[in-house]
Design a protein around this ligand. Sequence first.
Ligand code: NAD
Ligand code: GLY
Length: 362
Amino acid sequence: MQSLNVELGERAYPIHIGRGLVDRGDLIRPLLKQPRAMIVTNTTVAPLYLARLSAALKVVGVDVIELQLPDGEQYKNWETLNLVFDALLQNRCERSSTLIALGGGVIGDMGGFAAACYQRGMPFIQVPTTLLSQVDSSVGGKTAINHPLGKNMIGAFYQPRLVLADTDTLTTLPDRELSAGLAEVIKYGLIRDLPFLEWLEGNIERVMARDPEALAYAIHRSCVNKAQVVAADERETGERALLNLGHTFGHAIETGLGYGQWLHGEAVAAGMVIAAELSQQLGWVGRDDVRRVEQLLARAKLPTMAAKLPVAQYLDLMRHDKKVEGGRLRLVLYRAIGEAVVSDLATDAQIASAIELRLPDA
Ligand code: NAD
Ligand code: GLY
């Protein structure tokens, strides 16, 4: 097992990465205020891992409540969130009970938001089971649900007490989901860690083949990057915004097509290529750099072309982005490969042209 800390003063917490961690109730028990926890998961993850995590907690004396939600991005909404509140209340969970999210980013984001709201905040633990959630969403305390008008628009910053990333759970993950997670892994290299990007360029096929050593390295290095950024800028007043490379375009794809059509990581991948096109138009990177971004994403079996939506719809949806300030669109772009910046320099015409370059032919 490898461990690191997210250094946030009195809210600091450990991330443990390793094999068989869903069976390690002993790692969770010391962090519980009272021996009572509700595991929130979904109908896909439950048959795979719920009994094991439940049993591991019961062995160490924890009274466990289980809740299975429907599976899918389209359920990351108020209605499903309310099912969590219903279960917490029906089971008389207290403010010092703990909510444990077992699943991917959808369960983690929604479980975390429920924990942030229930009785104004109950302890929360993340047990992420997708690559994307192990390298990104379980770390850093962003919790949210979607609104029909915009992705992750309703939420809170609420840090977990522990992140337990069991790399063995990735053996059951569909290939398409593994690729989606790789988009966020590649993102760290593109925004701030050029040596990691180079490592990925040399090892992407090993990671795709789920070589345990390569996967563990990629997860750990991603978490180191994320933990550093979050420790420096928890509330996204500066550097943390860089973690949204490709996301403004990607969120427009997810919202425009309807949640659940493209996977989040797929939409982000296409967005990272559009951001490269735009950075080239601004003269910050060259054609070879755009190709470099595109080629690595393609090797990870990710889309490098955008979803076919009208450009005007992209621009409209992008105006709901959380980085909009005073009505002005701020985008994460490449000053160079491995060095992202937030910029409001691109004009609407340049943004439209970058999107158009990545639209599939009619
Ligand atoms: P997801 O939660 O929908 O999981 C993907 C699919 O894999 C689901 O069908 C799920 O049931 C299934 N699954 C989960 N674990 C599995 C396993 N071990 N074996 C087999 N199937 C498994 O998607 P995701 O990619 O994990 O997360 C995407 C979500 O994360 C989006 O809603 C996105 O907005 C959010 N996100 C949040 C942050 C953040 O900082 N909070 C960062 C990035 C993404
Ligand atoms: N995934 C973006 C962030 O955590 O800030």
